[in-house]
Design a binder for this molecule. Structure first.
Ligand code: I3P
Length: 109
């Protein structure tokens, strides 16, 4: 599964609220491959190697939980991802259908 997602980092690895200055929304081209959600700055190009930044932004969704972010009302089509290492991300999809598709794919990993 792949497509554009806007990401907001809500909590860091210790489960603590991500500090101000690092809480902004940023759009990525997301690709779910196996148990890894890759977040690339640019659209996927088969021949291009992943940059160091792409690798840093990659998230393991193994034992993670995705759900609709019902408590977040500022943007539509937002899902919440809680990872096994207690990070929390919000991801905004481009439609309600895309949001559902991402939630299902992530939870079926
Ligand atoms: C954040 C940025 C986010 C905002 C967040 C700010 O600032 O403006 O868009 O979240 O508010 O802290 P920065 O880019 O300096 O980290 P919303 O879009 O959800 O309002 P928050 O701290 O209340 O999450």
């Amino acid at each position: 599964k792949a497509g554009f997602l806007a990401r907001k980092i809500h909590a860091d690895m210790d489960g603590k609220k991500t500090p101000r200055g690092k809480r902004g929304w940023k759009t990525f081209y997301a690709i779910l491959k196996g148990t890894i959600l890759y977040l690339q700055k640019d659209e996927y190009k088969p021949d291009k190697a992943l940059s160091e930044e792409d690798l840093k932004n990659a998230v393991s969704v193994h034992h993670a939980l995705a759900s609709k972010a019902t408590d977040y009302e500022k943007r539509p089509n937002v899902l919440k991802l809680k990872t096994a290492d207690w990070r929390v991300f919000l991801f905004q999809a481009q439609s309600p259908e895309e949001m559902e598709a991402w939630i299902n794919k992530i939870n079926c990993v």
